[in-house]
Design a protein around this ligand. Structure first.
Ligand code: FAD
Length: 229
């Protein structure tokens, strides 16, 4: 995998040692994040809108109603930014100034393009569904012609991207190190609860394996949890 997808615009300048340009790490953060935020300007007003995303190879897909302002603006070729953030911990320092957060985040700059090919649109919709819960697509009704028509799929290439990662304890000033103040980290992780069936679920349908497996791994598996980092 080529090393970097950064440009002068996406090179991390503040705390540059935390900048990461390795595609594998950028992909991993995008894949772990369940939601992204997309920034764009519409009629001179900047907006930041939360939305779902899915990555396939070096492309991040977005989707939404063809009536959505976000979708219409991006489809027009307007410049945009997309960011995801995984909050891994709160960092408590001896001084107020050095309080911080542990995180892994990615920022992408570019212009999205409308995905026209039905094959690619379907691949992207499958990726959205499987990004939420791996294997989900195989178990559900695929979109019909009307649903496909109502849904716009946009592709944002990972041509200009950077990650920024902070890990570890606080970085206090030397003269504060002997202060009688507790310092350290409160690790944070996103955890799943037990799956809750739809109240209108037909009788006799058990929680399928792909659902219980995902939710159990997000509850119990320290590999999925930033608490392990
Ligand atoms: C976790 C999550 C996942 C989502 N996934 C998708 C997705 O995959 N596809 C999709 O199309 N939409 C998704 N949405 C909804 C999305 O945030 C927008 O509401 C939607 O795309 C409509 O966009 P718009 O530009 O047409 O908004 P408009 O309805 O035109 O927005 C009008 C105004 O409403 C306010 N507004 C709009 N959205 C939000 C919001 N989410 N929260 C607070 N205020 C808001 C803003 O002030 C905005 O200027 C998701 C939202 C969340 C929180």
């Amino acid at each position: 995998m080529p090393a970097a997808a950064s440009t002068p615009r996406t090179r991390v300048r503040r705390a540059p040692k935390r900048g990461v340009y390795d595609r594998a790490q950028i992909h991993a953060i995008l894949d772990e994040a369940l939601v992204c935020h997309v920034g764009f300007v519409h009629e001179a007003q900047p907006y930041v809108i939360p939305t779902l995303h899915a990555r396939v190879a070096a492309v991040v897909y977005l989707h939404g109603s063809t009536a959505s302002r976000m979708v219409r603006t991006l489809a027009s070729g307007a410049p945009c930014s997309l960011t995801v953030t995984l909050l891994d911990g709160i960092v408590l320092a001896r001084s107020a100034f050095h309080h911080s957060a542990n995180y892994r985040s990615v920022t992408i700059l570019g212009r999205a393009t409308v995905v026209a090919s039905d094959d690619e649109r379907l691949r992207a919709l499958r990726a959205f569904t499987d990004h939420l819960v791996p294997g989900r697509w195989e178990h559900v009704r695929p979109p019909d012609r009307k649903e496909m028509k109502a849904t716009q799929v946009l592709a944002l290439a990972l041509d200009e991207a950077s990650a920024k990662i902070r890990t570890g304890p606080p970085v206090d000033d030397e003269e504060d190190m002997q202060r009688d103040v507790w310092a350290g980290e409160i690790p944070l992780a996103l955890r799943a609860a037990q799956p809750r069936p739809d109240p209108q679920l037909s009788a006799g349908i058990a929680v399928p394996e792909h659902v219980s497996a995902w939710s159990a791994s997000a509850r119990d598996d320290p590999q999925r949890s930033s608490l392990a980092r």
